[in-house]
Design a protein around this ligand. Sequence first.
Ligand SMILES: [Zn+2]
Length: 487
Amino acid sequence: MPSADVVGLYSCGPTVYYFPHLGNMRAYVFADTLRRALRWKGIPVRHVVNITDVGHAVADSDTGEDKLEVAAARERRSVEDIADFYTRAFMTDMAALNVLPADRYPRASEYVQQMIEFATRLQERGVTYQIPSGLYFDTTKSDGYGTLALMDIAGQREAARVEQVEGRRHKSDFALWRAEEPGVRRVMRWDSPWGYGAPGWHLECSVMSMALLGEHFDLHTGGIDHRELHHVNEIAQSEAYLDDGDPWVRYWMHNEFLLLNNAKIAKSSGPVPRLDDLIEAGYHPMAYRLFLLGGHYRSQLDFTTAAVEGAQTGLRRLLARIEPLRPLPLIETYEQARAALTAIADTTPGEAAAGGAEPGDKTALDYLELMDEAISQDLATPRLLAIVQESLRDQEITPAGLRVIVAAADALLGLRLNDLDPAALDRRRSAADLDTAEIETIERLIADRTQARKEKNWPRADEIRAELDRLDVQVTDTPAGPAWHLR
Ligand SMILES: [Zn+2]
């Protein structure tokens, strides 16, 4: 349990039944920025990110199959395999995006007993009712239900993505326990006072955050889509459970949507790209991180290939400018940066001669104040990026001061400005970059090569191979014929 001077931070984590997509990543880069800002201020943080490996039914509804179980059936694997596999995929993406690891990643399946105890207490408090499909929370028993969503209760009830449930008293009531339908045996099932079944998906966040951060804690983050329903329900059940008259969590912060070519991802048809798709297309995860930080977390951000291309070019230029300054000093907090800049003034030879501080240090200290202001004003990362660029162009700043400023900015931005190899940002060309004429040339050469080999004309086949090499084309012979890609 954290002590009073450690900030408790809880971020709604992934449901591990499929690969997380680029839109999901925005929530974690946002939470990471918040963590870095707290570290900058010298505030210790305990961060918890849950792994939803049970309880999240299809289509965010209260009834029906579990997403994990559907995925397990689809992929012919056990639910445990599915959860492990996609949890690892999530962690890999987090590391690639340089997101600081959370202190704990609790799995919902390990807290089912506590969830049952939590729901039992709610039942004792008289805020629940039982119907054949399970135990439901009566939202009319919750004072101020839906306040977080900034909607009136009527609007909130309409917003709830709800399906018809036999016997449910109000549209906004939600399942605490989802009972097995008669004759249907779930793969993931637990015994409970309300029969065999699985917990409702809002329950885990209340239970695991209280278990790991204490009953009340400071910060809860998530995507804006959670503000209308998931978080509203977390608050209702948690405050009914605690029943102490205090707000459960002090501050809620939500990041806006990532749009895909100007459309909401939830409404997009076809697969939503994930980080691996970007890497495959020759983009670096840090270019995607820069793209995200280039927008304020409370603004919608439109993902297009041109935008991430622009971010990659921008990052390459930034690194080229920073490379001569490396190695950067280790800076994590405002105080460290301030001390480092003050030390430059104290130790430069010019100080003795001039009898005062170097003017460059004063300039660097001004930039430090600007950066501190930007991050303190609701995590203004676009402003922070502009300040770094400005400092790099400034003739007045000393090299030592500039090193500190860049290192300090990176403590907040997490763009790996100290160690990222600019060559890693040279985008490989992919077939998508070629025009029709180039593709025709390559395919004609491959057809000629096949013909030459058929005729056992080896000198001609070698000649063509050399020509393809020159074009950076790699040919692989497969049972379906030759396949090619650009090296
Ligand atoms: Zn949650």
